[in-house]
Design a protein around this ligand. Structure first.
Ligand SMILES: Nc1ncnc2c1ncn2[C@@H]1O[C@H](COP(=O)(O)OP(=O)(O)OP(=O)(O)O)[C@@H](O)[C@H]1O
Length: 278
Protein backbone atom coordinates (compact mmCIF):
# COMPACT_ATOMS: atom_id res chain seq x y z
CA UNK A 1 0.00 0.00 0.00
CA UNK A 2 1.21 3.51 -0.76
CA UNK A 3 1.64 5.90 2.18
CA UNK A 4 -1.58 7.79 1.41
CA UNK A 5 -3.66 4.71 0.64
CA UNK A 6 -6.43 4.21 3.20
CA UNK A 7 -8.59 1.51 1.69
CA UNK A 8 -7.56 -1.19 -0.70
CA UNK A 9 -10.05 -3.68 -2.11
CA UNK A 10 -8.58 -6.50 -4.14
CA UNK A 11 -10.37 -9.05 -6.29
CA UNK A 12 -13.76 -8.67 -4.59
CA UNK A 13 -16.44 -11.10 -5.61
CA UNK A 14 -19.80 -11.02 -3.88
CA UNK A 15 -23.08 -12.89 -4.35
CA UNK A 16 -26.40 -12.54 -2.54
CA UNK A 17 -27.55 -15.87 -3.92
CA UNK A 18 -26.03 -17.88 -6.74
CA UNK A 19 -24.97 -15.38 -9.38
CA UNK A 20 -22.25 -12.90 -8.40
CA UNK A 21 -23.20 -9.24 -8.10
CA UNK A 22 -19.56 -8.09 -7.91
CA UNK A 23 -16.90 -9.68 -10.12
CA UNK A 24 -13.25 -9.32 -9.26
CA UNK A 25 -13.57 -5.67 -8.19
CA UNK A 26 -10.41 -3.88 -7.12
CA UNK A 27 -10.01 -0.28 -6.09
CA UNK A 28 -7.99 1.84 -3.76
CA UNK A 29 -8.89 5.02 -1.92
CA UNK A 30 -6.30 7.58 -0.86
CA UNK A 31 -6.52 9.98 2.04
CA UNK A 32 -8.51 13.12 1.24
CA UNK A 33 -9.86 11.78 -2.02
CA UNK A 34 -13.44 12.06 -3.19
CA UNK A 35 -14.17 8.84 -5.05
CA UNK A 36 -17.44 8.61 -6.97
CA UNK A 37 -18.95 5.29 -7.97
CA UNK A 38 -20.97 5.65 -11.15
CA UNK A 39 -23.11 2.98 -12.73
CA UNK A 40 -26.63 2.19 -13.84
CA UNK A 41 -29.29 0.81 -11.49
CA UNK A 42 -28.35 -2.60 -10.19
CA UNK A 43 -24.69 -2.36 -11.23
CA UNK A 44 -23.52 -3.11 -7.68
CA UNK A 45 -22.66 0.31 -6.24
CA UNK A 46 -24.51 -0.11 -2.91
CA UNK A 47 -23.25 -3.65 -2.56
CA UNK A 48 -19.65 -2.52 -3.11
CA UNK A 49 -20.05 0.27 -0.53
CA UNK A 50 -21.32 -2.27 2.01
CA UNK A 51 -18.37 -4.55 1.29
CA UNK A 52 -15.98 -1.60 1.80
CA UNK A 53 -17.73 -0.82 5.10
CA UNK A 54 -17.21 -4.40 6.26
CA UNK A 55 -20.99 -4.97 6.45
CA UNK A 56 -20.86 -7.67 3.76
CA UNK A 57 -18.11 -10.24 3.67
CA UNK A 58 -16.92 -10.90 0.11
CA UNK A 59 -16.94 -14.43 -1.30
CA UNK A 60 -13.37 -13.84 -2.40
CA UNK A 61 -10.90 -11.00 -2.26
CA UNK A 62 -9.97 -8.69 0.57
CA UNK A 63 -10.60 -5.19 1.91
CA UNK A 64 -7.74 -3.59 3.81
CA UNK A 65 -7.90 -0.44 5.92
CA UNK A 66 -4.38 0.96 6.17
CA UNK A 67 -3.08 -2.52 5.44
CA UNK A 68 -5.25 -4.37 7.99
CA UNK A 69 -8.01 -6.72 6.86
CA UNK A 70 -11.27 -4.94 7.66
CA UNK A 71 -12.82 -8.22 8.79
CA UNK A 72 -10.33 -8.37 11.67
CA UNK A 73 -11.02 -4.87 12.97
CA UNK A 74 -13.48 -4.73 15.89
CA UNK A 75 -16.75 -2.93 14.95
CA UNK A 76 -16.24 -0.19 17.57
CA UNK A 77 -12.74 0.50 16.31
CA UNK A 78 -13.87 0.44 12.69
CA UNK A 79 -16.70 2.87 13.47
CA UNK A 80 -14.12 5.41 14.67
CA UNK A 81 -12.58 5.42 11.18
CA UNK A 82 -15.40 4.73 8.71
CA UNK A 83 -18.95 6.06 8.84
CA UNK A 84 -21.86 5.19 6.62
CA UNK A 85 -23.97 8.20 5.68
CA UNK A 86 -27.27 6.86 4.36
CA UNK A 87 -29.53 8.66 1.93
CA UNK A 88 -31.66 11.23 3.66
CA UNK A 89 -34.31 9.35 5.55
CA UNK A 90 -37.08 10.06 7.98
CA UNK A 91 -36.70 8.69 11.47
CA UNK A 92 -39.69 7.20 13.22
CA UNK A 93 -39.08 9.23 16.40
CA UNK A 94 -38.84 12.99 16.60
CA UNK A 95 -35.28 13.06 17.94
CA UNK A 96 -33.69 16.47 18.26
CA UNK A 97 -30.98 17.15 15.69
CA UNK A 98 -28.31 17.17 18.41
CA UNK A 99 -29.51 13.76 19.67
CA UNK A 100 -29.14 12.30 16.18
CA UNK A 101 -25.57 13.63 16.04
CA UNK A 102 -24.88 12.32 19.56
CA UNK A 103 -25.70 8.82 18.31
CA UNK A 104 -22.38 9.05 16.47
CA UNK A 105 -20.65 9.01 19.87
CA UNK A 106 -21.95 5.50 20.68
CA UNK A 107 -18.66 3.74 19.76
CA UNK A 108 -16.85 6.06 22.18
CA UNK A 109 -18.82 5.26 25.36
CA UNK A 110 -19.36 2.16 27.48
CA UNK A 111 -22.56 0.34 26.50
CA UNK A 112 -24.94 1.41 29.28
CA UNK A 113 -23.44 4.79 30.19
CA UNK A 114 -24.82 8.20 29.25
CA UNK A 115 -23.21 10.59 26.81
CA UNK A 116 -20.64 12.79 28.53
CA UNK A 117 -20.20 16.56 28.38
CA UNK A 118 -17.32 15.90 26.00
CA UNK A 119 -19.62 13.87 23.71
CA UNK A 120 -22.07 16.78 23.66
CA UNK A 121 -19.27 19.25 22.84
CA UNK A 122 -18.08 17.04 20.00
CA UNK A 123 -21.64 16.78 18.62
CA UNK A 124 -22.13 20.57 18.82
CA UNK A 125 -18.77 21.19 17.13
CA UNK A 126 -19.76 18.82 14.31
CA UNK A 127 -23.01 20.73 13.79
CA UNK A 128 -21.12 24.03 13.77
CA UNK A 129 -18.58 22.69 11.30
CA UNK A 130 -21.46 22.05 8.88
CA UNK A 131 -23.01 25.46 9.65
CA UNK A 132 -26.18 23.94 11.10
CA UNK A 133 -25.55 24.62 14.80
CA UNK A 134 -28.75 26.69 14.89
CA UNK A 135 -30.79 23.54 14.20
CA UNK A 136 -29.56 21.65 17.25
CA UNK A 137 -32.84 21.72 19.20
CA UNK A 138 -35.13 21.21 16.22
CA UNK A 139 -36.84 17.93 15.63
CA UNK A 140 -35.06 15.83 12.97
CA UNK A 141 -38.46 15.10 11.45
CA UNK A 142 -39.14 18.83 10.93
CA UNK A 143 -35.99 19.87 9.06
CA UNK A 144 -35.50 19.77 5.29
CA UNK A 145 -33.96 16.87 3.35
CA UNK A 146 -30.75 18.87 2.84
CA UNK A 147 -30.53 19.69 6.53
CA UNK A 148 -31.12 16.02 7.37
CA UNK A 149 -28.27 15.01 5.06
CA UNK A 150 -25.94 17.54 6.74
CA UNK A 151 -27.08 16.23 10.15
CA UNK A 152 -26.11 12.70 9.11
CA UNK A 153 -22.69 13.97 7.98
CA UNK A 154 -22.35 15.76 11.34
CA UNK A 155 -23.15 12.43 13.04
CA UNK A 156 -20.37 10.78 11.01
CA UNK A 157 -17.92 13.52 12.07
CA UNK A 158 -19.00 13.18 15.72
CA UNK A 159 -18.31 9.48 15.37
CA UNK A 160 -14.71 10.50 14.76
CA UNK A 161 -14.67 8.91 11.32
CA UNK A 162 -12.33 10.33 8.71
CA UNK A 163 -13.71 8.15 5.91
CA UNK A 164 -17.31 8.81 4.90
CA UNK A 165 -19.14 6.30 2.75
CA UNK A 166 -22.26 7.77 1.17
CA UNK A 167 -24.86 6.00 -0.91
CA UNK A 168 -26.42 8.43 -3.39
CA UNK A 169 -26.32 11.31 -0.91
CA UNK A 170 -27.81 13.87 -3.28
CA UNK A 171 -30.62 11.83 -4.75
CA UNK A 172 -33.55 13.27 -2.83
CA UNK A 173 -32.19 16.80 -2.50
CA UNK A 174 -33.31 19.88 -4.40
CA UNK A 175 -30.69 21.57 -6.57
CA UNK A 176 -29.67 24.17 -3.97
CA UNK A 177 -29.18 21.51 -1.33
CA UNK A 178 -27.24 19.35 -3.80
CA UNK A 179 -24.84 22.23 -4.40
CA UNK A 180 -24.51 22.95 -0.67
CA UNK A 181 -23.85 19.25 -0.02
CA UNK A 182 -21.17 19.10 -2.75
CA UNK A 183 -19.56 22.24 -1.31
CA UNK A 184 -19.45 20.68 2.17
CA UNK A 185 -17.96 17.46 0.82
CA UNK A 186 -15.30 19.43 -1.07
CA UNK A 187 -14.51 21.54 2.01
CA UNK A 188 -14.20 18.49 4.27
CA UNK A 189 -11.99 16.66 1.75
CA UNK A 190 -9.62 19.64 1.80
CA UNK A 191 -9.37 19.13 5.56
CA UNK A 192 -8.30 15.52 4.98
CA UNK A 193 -11.65 13.71 5.14
CA UNK A 194 -12.06 10.97 2.56
CA UNK A 195 -15.28 10.27 0.69
CA UNK A 196 -16.43 7.21 -1.18
CA UNK A 197 -19.86 7.85 -2.60
CA UNK A 198 -22.18 6.55 -5.23
CA UNK A 199 -24.09 8.90 -7.43
CA UNK A 200 -26.57 8.86 -10.27
CA UNK A 201 -25.40 12.31 -11.39
CA UNK A 202 -22.42 12.24 -13.78
CA UNK A 203 -22.16 16.01 -13.28
CA UNK A 204 -21.53 15.59 -9.57
CA UNK A 205 -18.64 13.26 -10.32
CA UNK A 206 -17.18 15.70 -12.87
CA UNK A 207 -17.66 18.67 -10.57
CA UNK A 208 -16.10 17.40 -7.34
CA UNK A 209 -14.65 13.89 -7.60
CA UNK A 210 -10.91 13.25 -7.67
CA UNK A 211 -11.55 9.75 -8.96
CA UNK A 212 -14.39 8.01 -10.71
CA UNK A 213 -14.98 4.28 -10.63
CA UNK A 214 -17.44 3.10 -13.26
CA UNK A 215 -19.29 -0.10 -12.46
CA UNK A 216 -21.22 -2.10 -14.99
CA UNK A 217 -22.89 -5.40 -14.15
CA UNK A 218 -20.68 -5.71 -11.10
CA UNK A 219 -17.36 -5.12 -12.87
CA UNK A 220 -15.14 -2.05 -12.87
CA UNK A 221 -14.98 -0.79 -16.45
CA UNK A 222 -13.06 2.42 -15.73
CA UNK A 223 -11.17 3.92 -12.81
CA UNK A 224 -9.37 7.24 -13.00
CA UNK A 225 -9.63 11.01 -12.87
CA UNK A 226 -12.98 12.28 -14.20
CA UNK A 227 -11.16 14.20 -16.97
CA UNK A 228 -9.45 10.97 -18.08
CA UNK A 229 -12.29 8.45 -17.88
CA UNK A 230 -15.48 10.45 -18.38
CA UNK A 231 -16.02 11.18 -22.04
CA UNK A 232 -18.95 10.99 -24.46
CA UNK A 233 -18.22 7.39 -25.33
CA UNK A 234 -17.72 6.00 -21.81
CA UNK A 235 -20.74 7.78 -20.32
CA UNK A 236 -22.98 6.77 -23.29
CA UNK A 237 -21.86 3.18 -22.85
CA UNK A 238 -22.33 3.22 -19.09
CA UNK A 239 -25.92 4.49 -19.17
CA UNK A 240 -26.88 3.20 -22.63
CA UNK A 241 -28.02 6.66 -23.62
CA UNK A 242 -26.69 9.33 -25.96
CA UNK A 243 -24.94 12.14 -24.10
CA UNK A 244 -22.29 14.73 -24.81
CA UNK A 245 -19.93 16.23 -22.32
CA UNK A 246 -19.74 19.96 -22.82
CA UNK A 247 -16.98 22.24 -21.66
CA UNK A 248 -17.94 25.28 -19.66
CA UNK A 249 -15.38 28.08 -19.36
CA UNK A 250 -12.64 25.87 -20.78
CA UNK A 251 -12.17 23.56 -17.80
CA UNK A 252 -15.48 22.71 -16.10
CA UNK A 253 -17.61 20.05 -17.76
CA UNK A 254 -21.25 19.08 -17.77
CA UNK A 255 -23.11 16.14 -19.23
CA UNK A 256 -26.06 16.82 -21.52
CA UNK A 257 -28.47 14.54 -23.39
CA UNK A 258 -27.50 14.62 -27.07
CA UNK A 259 -31.15 14.88 -28.12
CA UNK A 260 -31.31 18.20 -26.30
CA UNK A 261 -28.14 19.47 -27.95
CA UNK A 262 -29.31 18.63 -31.47
CA UNK A 263 -32.57 20.48 -30.83
CA UNK A 264 -30.56 23.48 -29.67
CA UNK A 265 -28.74 25.49 -32.34
CA UNK A 266 -25.23 26.51 -31.34
CA UNK A 267 -24.56 23.48 -29.18
CA UNK A 268 -22.97 20.31 -30.53
CA UNK A 269 -20.67 17.55 -29.50
CA UNK A 270 -18.67 19.26 -26.81
CA UNK A 271 -17.94 22.36 -28.88
CA UNK A 272 -20.78 24.32 -27.37
CA UNK A 273 -20.12 27.78 -26.04
CA UNK A 274 -22.04 28.35 -22.87
CA UNK A 275 -22.60 31.95 -22.07
CA UNK A 276 -22.69 33.24 -18.52
CA UNK A 277 -25.64 35.42 -19.49
CA UNK A 278 -29.05 33.95 -20.33
N1 LIG B 1 -30.41 -7.82 -0.33
C1 LIG B 1 -30.35 -8.30 -1.58
N2 LIG B 1 -30.67 -9.58 -1.85
C2 LIG B 1 -30.57 -10.08 -3.10
N3 LIG B 1 -30.16 -9.36 -4.17
C3 LIG B 1 -29.84 -8.07 -3.96
C4 LIG B 1 -29.91 -7.48 -2.66
N4 LIG B 1 -29.51 -6.19 -2.74
C5 LIG B 1 -29.20 -5.97 -4.04
N5 LIG B 1 -29.40 -7.10 -4.77
C6 LIG B 1 -29.15 -7.26 -6.20
O1 LIG B 1 -27.78 -7.02 -6.43
C7 LIG B 1 -27.57 -6.27 -7.62
C8 LIG B 1 -26.80 -5.00 -7.32
O2 LIG B 1 -27.59 -4.20 -6.46
P1 LIG B 1 -27.07 -2.85 -5.84
O3 LIG B 1 -28.14 -2.35 -4.94
O4 LIG B 1 -25.72 -3.07 -5.26
O5 LIG B 1 -26.93 -1.95 -7.14
P2 LIG B 1 -26.84 -0.35 -7.27
O6 LIG B 1 -25.85 -0.09 -8.35
O7 LIG B 1 -26.58 0.25 -5.94
O8 LIG B 1 -28.30 -0.03 -7.77
P3 LIG B 1 -29.16 1.33 -7.66
O9 LIG B 1 -28.43 2.36 -8.47
O10 LIG B 1 -30.45 0.96 -8.29
O11 LIG B 1 -29.27 1.68 -6.21
C9 LIG B 1 -28.97 -6.02 -8.20
O12 LIG B 1 -29.21 -6.99 -9.18
C10 LIG B 1 -29.87 -6.21 -7.02
O13 LIG B 1 -31.13 -6.70 -7.44
Amino acid sequence: MGPMELIRADGITFSYSRSPVLHNVSLSVRKGEIVSLLGPNGSGKSTLLKVLLGLYRPGSGSVLLEGRPISRIAPKELAKRIAYVPQTHRMAFAYRVVDVVLMGRTPHKPFFSRYSRHDLDVALQALDRLSIGHLKDQSYTDISGGERQLTLIARALAQGADILVMDEPATSLDFGNQVRLLDQITGLSRLGFTFVKSTHFPDHAMWIADRVVMLQKGSVIADGKPCDVMNDESVCRLYNTEVSILKVNGTLRTCMPRSLITRNPGANNGRARISAKP
